[in-house]
Design a protein around this ligand. Sequence first.
Ligand SMILES: [Zn+2]
Length: 76
Amino acid sequence: MFIIFGVGNKKEKEKQSHKMEHCYYCNNTTHWLAAKSSDHVSLFFIPVIPYKTSYSYRCPICNTGRKITKEEYEQF
Ligand SMILES: [Zn+2]
């Protein structure tokens, strides 16, 4: 019997901010996206264990953004 492990599966969850944010990079004012992305260890190609989670807040037009904390992400 084979057991197939994999690492580095990325899953991303996005939510749109309620407030408008101005982007100095592309010069647009829009609702930015708060994204949570996590890397998973997968078993038989199904992601089972998250081992690294990062949060970011970015402009949906040019994708410029910054890293945020979990607490900040939860406020969006
Ligand atoms: Zn932008």
